[in-house]
Design a protein around this ligand. Structure first.
Ligand SMILES: [Zn+2]
Length: 223
């Protein structure tokens, strides 16, 4: 004889299992129909080219664990133009949000990695040699712009309103602060500051250096 609380427990446990299997099955079937990482990357590239008014060069995606840095999720190699490499699990996540609410974080991280890699330009990726203890300026420029574009892009691709978080926190904070001084905007969120970050990304090495020097000069005067 099973008493009532126990029965309730078992019914709930069985329902939870069924729920999990239904969620998994739905996830699997929707994943099968989701576009591959190359398609997501191409669509993101087209949308960004339109939005930025700058034609982004096409990029072939190589899904591989052969990356230079053990901790990186994806890489652009200077000796490998027209290509970026991405780890298989990140490529999988970039295909679209299809499981439960809890999965949206890592899922959209995949899109973030794709957008970030698409924004590394071969002609500017090596503008600065990073010295120990200094921030990586190129990563800050790229990730700050990725974060400016991602909410609207996620809406365009998936019809989802999502918050994204910096992959390069210190670098993004530094570029945002510079954009405020460089543009004279009240905060880094204001349109002039956003436009300044776009212009910084679009500039060549000398242009980037000049913009940063001018912004840093104004920041120093402002104290
Ligand atoms: Zn990067």
């Amino acid at each position: 004889m099973i008493d009532r609380p126990k029965l309730t427990f078992w019914v709930l446990a069985v329902l939870a299992c069924v729920g999990a299997w239904v969620a998994l099955a739905l996830g699997a079937s929707r994943a099968a129909g989701a576009p591959g990482v190359q398609t997501v990357s191409d669509r993101a590239g087209e949308w960004m080219s339109r939005t930025l008014g700058v034609e982004l060069e096409p990029r072939r995606v190589i899904v591989t664990d052969e990356l230079y840095y053990p901790n990186s999720r994806a890489e652009v190699w200077p000796g490998e133009p027209g290509v970026y490499r991405i780890r298989p699990e990140i490529a999988q996540l970039a295909r679209g949000p299809w499981l439960s609410f809890e999965d949206r974080g890592p899922t959209l991280l995949g899109l973030h990695v794709v957008v970030h890699e698409r924004l590394h330009r071969h002609e500017t990726v090596a503008c600065w040699e990073q010295r120990p203890g200094q921030i990586d300026v190129e990563e800050g420029i790229v990730d700050a712009l990725a974060l400016d574009l991602l909410p609207a892009l996620a809406w365009h691709l998936y019809g989802e309103r999502v918050r994204f978080f910096a992959q390069w926190g210190h670098e993004v904070a530094a570029i945002r602060a510079l954009s405020r001084f460089g543009s004279g905007a009240r905060t880094w969120r204001d349109r002039p500051a956003r436009m300044w970050r776009r212009a910084l990304w679009a500039a060549d090495c000398a242009g980037r250096e000049a913009m940063i020097a001018a912004a840093a000069g104004r920041a120093a005067v402002a104290g």
